[in-house]
Design a protein around this ligand. Sequence first.
Ligand code: BJW
Length: 231
Amino acid sequence: MSIVVLTGAGVSAESGVQTFRGGGGLWEGYDVTEVATPEAYANDPDLVLRFYDQRRRAVSATKPNAAHVALAKLEAELGDDLLVITQNVDDLHERAGSRRVLHMHGTLNTAWCTGCDERSPITNDLLGRPACPHCGKTLLRPDVVWFGEYPYGLDRIDDALSSATTFAAIGTSGVVYPAAGFVMAAREYGASTAELNLETTGLSDLFDDSRQGPASQIVPGWVDEILNSWG
Ligand code: BJW
């Protein structure tokens, strides 16, 4: 038995991290889905760097909520039989204690040097154009995956889905691919599927089990059910 959990912005919403498409989805009057793009970065790099510098600071002031904690508890019991794939660039799963976390859309705390292709931890705001610690060039950008870019870890994800007995999607709207296609892949590989979200999504009918409510309330109960059936 093995479980693959896909998380999205909704799992961090109750920690105070803004989602992309809910509640207006605005940052300083801009649509966040338009700031988090290669086009915005090409047109106005300072705007995009400031957006990510501010988000990094905002996330560092937040704490994991009961949903992150429940998933860390699940990993503590299941070990290698659980993989959390997150679309989130925050580190709230890790701060809750999860170790098997795959950040398919990158992370806020690392920079990618477009000069030498190395990743490095961010120690100063990228808006100040710090030098890459590997090559010394000032070509660092946020290490995040924008539209049209290739997500991280897709081979490992496909391997995990192909052997999963359960796939769960938590707090994701299911509009961004390839993550939105994981439920179909998991079904075709034979996994049972569950969706946990504040509300139904366009993909809800594809899940065997679809539960609605705030993640901090419904994820701990779902985890306990898994652990009871596991033992
Ligand atoms: C709660 C809650 C609570 C709230 N409790 N729940 C046409 C058709 C199909 C695909 C394409 C197409 N045209 C282009 C594409 C591809 C494109 C795509 O999918 N576009 C769609 C918009 C149509 N995808 C890509 O370009 C990707 N790359 C790619 O496809 O490469 C080629 C490839 C080919 C073949 C195979 C593989 C690859 C890259 C996508 C990169 C997405 N980047 C972003 C920004 C990342 C950096 C950053 O964070 O700044 O990723 S965009 C943004 O959306 C971010 C998120 O990770 C992602 C998903 O959003 P998420 O997490 O679902 O958040 P929301 O806000 O949408 O939803 C929140 C949910 O939570 C809601 O459902 C709420 O109800 C719920 N909720 N409170 C529980 N308390």
